[in-house]
Structures are given as C-alpha cells and as structure tokens.
Ligand binder design. Structure first.
Ligand code: FMN
Ligand SMILES: CCCCCCC(=O)C(=O)O
Length: 381
C-alpha cells in the first residue's frame, strides 16, 4: 500500500533496475549532505496550539506570481522517462490534475515540444547550459515556443558531483547494453515491458544529434560531460536580457550568492544543494534557509528543495520564509512505483499532511503560517 513517500520509495526499489534506483537515490561522496537534508528537519519542532476554530482550511498560496492550490511543485529531475513509460508526461499530468506546476529538466526523454503537445497545464523549464551555444539557444527557443513562462537556470552543476553509486554501476559510462546491464533489466520484467514497448528511450533534446550517441544512457553520459564549466554571473546577466519571462536561479546555498542573484535581476532563487548530489558536506538547505531569507529581507522570492519527504517538512520551510517547495525524489519514487497515479498519491499524501499539521497548529491557511513565521516553530537545542 502506498500511504507515504517511504512506501513509494520501497516500491520504486522493487520495480527499477538497480542502476536507475541508485541514480535517483544516491548522493555524492559519503552522502553526508544527502542525509543532512532529511535529518535537519528534526532540528525544528512544530508548535501545537489548541482551541482555535480550524474548520475551514486553505492550502492555496502564491508561488512565482501564480496562485496555486498547494504550496509545492514538482521540480526538475532528469530522465523521468527511464523510470516509467513516458515518465515526463505522466508526472506533468499528475501535477496538473492536482493543480501544481511541473518543471521539465533539460535532460529529459520527452522533448519540450512533445510535453507541450500532450499536456495542458502550466509548464516550467529547467535549463542546463551546455558548452555549445547552439544547444542553449535551441532550448530557449523551444521553451518560448512551448509557452514556458518560468525558466529555472541550474547553477550548482559546474562539474558533476562524485556519485559513487553511479561510478560503481557505470551509469555515465554506458555506451552499449552489456550482458550485466541486460541481466539487471530483465530482472525487472514489468519495468522492461513498460519501457521498451516504445523502443529504446532517447533523450528528446539530443536524439537528432548523432554526436551524443544512441540511447538515453549513452546520451546521459555525454550530456553530463557537456555542461558548461565556465558558467558565470555574466551568463546570468545575458540570460536575464534574453529571457523575457520569469527567471529563477536554482542552486543557491549562501547569502553572498543570494545577494548576487538579486543584483543580477532574477525573479527568485531556489535554495538548493541539488539534493546532496553535488558538494558533499555542504550544509542542508533547511539549515541555510533562515539566514538567506533574513539577508534578502523580502526583496527576492525564495523557494527551497532538498530532502522534503513529509508534509511537516514543507510546513517548516514555509514558516522559515520559503514561498514554496520543489519536490525531487519524493515524487520520482511515486512515478517509478506507479506512474501518474503514484505521483498523484504522493502529492495528495503531502497535501493531507500539511492540512492536518496546520489544523493541529491552530492555523487555517498557508498565509497565516507564513505570517506566524518562526513563531510557529520551536528550535530544538
Ligand atoms: C534523479 C535526479 C535527477 C535530477 N536531475 C536534475 C536536473 O536535470 N536538473 C536540475 O536542476 N536538478 C536535478 N535534480 C535535482 C532536483 O531538482 C532537486 O534539487 C533535488 O532532487 C532535491 O532533493 P530531494 O530529491 O532530496 O528532494 C535531480 C535530482 C535527482 C534525484
Ligand atoms: C548523468 C548525470 C547528469 C547530471 C545532470 C542531471 C542531474 O541534475 C542530476 O543527476 O542530479
């Protein structure tokens, strides 16, 4: 039974070949930041308050200029179409059915055009700048043509973190299906039948470029190697001029960078350490959130991601000043476990937990929670 995110995680592990489950689950180095992202939520308690009328509750809130029924969205995660058939489309549909935005990763199986053609709701796009400006420009043009209004520029992957699970499994070194890989896939027959029905998955953005190789795994390795290492604040300024809609910087984890992001004219930042997949021993996002919010003093919208597995985690981030939360692994487990339905169940579970927590905290809305701020919490000493 899929009641919470942990149930979805276990089901995803049963369903996926190890190489993919490990890719989703893993972090970099000793995985200390990965662990801290989840563990540090325990540094905060929620204040229980009683005898308030909480019969009418409202979870809606404004995130990135749009009123949405829930205070979170599905963040960009690469290669969703490898974890479930048409994974990007399934996740986007689930998001739209539940009224939350979906952000498509640059590194996706479904192209932006296909996603737009097959889904109707609001669409965000996440940009990885590759060391080939023609690909960067293609991404921007496709995003504009698809009616994307919010672009997340990911800036915490100057190089890819040392992900030891992937190194062991040869994730980024796959150029062809070896007997070992074939065996690990055949051991997961449901996944195999589902995924291979449409032929060998390809990464939508580079399927037409033979230099990226054939098949999503070879393309993934080549894409990762082509991420622009020299990306700088000048590129942010360039993109600010080029992109006419909302621009969000994803991967800010220090006060200095948050202030520089505001200076560069972005519309919002995502406090993120990439789910503990990049700089190991970087602090958790929930630990950094308060000082970044305080330094900005309301002058820039702040979103956050990293380790959110419970509705109570989301409540804490909102009380600490985030306008919204991006889900990562939490929804991907649901997707791998049971496609669109699995994602919807994860979204609903988190929404129910937020709703219950608010009521037991004596609060009736996200607006009230955000007004109450730190006073809705108690820091554990
Ligand atoms: C399997 C996987 C792939 C990811 N791919 C991308 C990506 O393509 N672009 C991006 O900006 N972030 C990517 N991320 C990072 C997420 O957007 C997010 O920052 C992170 O997952 C949050 O941590 P959480 O999964 O613990 O919630 C990826 C994360 C995972 C787990
Ligand atoms: C194959 C590694 C690609 C790194 C970029 C995708 C991503 O953001 C992540 O895996 O994390």
């Amino acid at each position: 039974m899929l009641i919470n995110v942990e149930d979805a995680r276990r089901a995803a592990r049963r369903r996926l070949p190890k190489i993919f489950f490990d890719y989703i689950e893993g972090g970099s180095g000793a995985e200390r930041t990965l662990a801290a992202n989840e563990a540090d939520f325990a540094r905060w308690n929620l204040r229980q308050r009683v005898l308030n009328d909480v019969s009418n509750r409202d979870l809606s809130t404004n995130v990135l200029g749009t009123q949405q029924p829930l205070p979170f969205m599905l963040g960009p995660v690469g290669f969703l179409g490898l974890y479930a058939a048409d994974g990007e489309i399934a996740a986007a549909r689930a998001a739209h059915m539940e009224g939350v935005p979906f952000a498509l990763s640059s590194f996706s199986i479904a192209s932006i055009g296909r996603l737009r053609a097959e889904t109707a709701g609001p669409l965000h796009f996440q940009l990885y700048v590759l060391n080939d400006p023609t690909i960067r420009d293609e991404f921007i043009e496709q995003a504009l043509a698809a009616g994307v209004t919010t672009l997340f520029l990911t800036v915490d992957v100057a190089v890819t973190g040392s992900r030891e699970r992937d190194i062991r499994n040869g994730f980024r070194a796959v150029t062809r299906i070896t007997p070992r890989l074939a065996l690990s896939m055949i051991r997961r027959p449901r996944w195999c039948l589902d995924l291979m029905r449409g032929g060998m998955p390809q990464c939508g953005a580079v399927a037409h470029r033979p230099e990226f190789g054939h098949g999503a795994l070879a393309q993934a390795g080549n894409l990762a190697r082509r991420i622009e290492t020299r990306l700088s604040w000048a590129d942010v300024a360039w993109l600010r001029k080029r992109w006419p809609h909302r621009l969000v910087l994803k991967g800010v984890l220090s006060v200095e960078d948050a202030l520089a992001a505001r200076e560069a004219g972005v519309d919002a930042i995502v406090v993120s350490n990439h789910g503990g997949r990049q700089l190991d021993d970087a602090p958790s996002t929930i630990a950094m959130l308060p000082e970044i919010v305080e330094a900005l003093g309301g002058s820039l919208e702040v979103l956050v991601d990293g380790g959110f597995r419970r509705g109570t985690d989301i409540v804490k981030a909102l009380a600490l000043g985030a306008s919204g939360v991006l889900l990562g692994r939490a929804y991907v487990y649901g997707l791998a476990a049971d496609g669109e339905d699995g994602v919807r169940r994860v979204i609903r579970h988190l929404a129910e937990e937020i709703d219950t927590s608010l009521a037991l905290m004596g609060l009736t809305s996200i607006a009230e929670l955000r007004r109450r701020g730190h006073e809705a919490l108690r820091e554990r000493t």
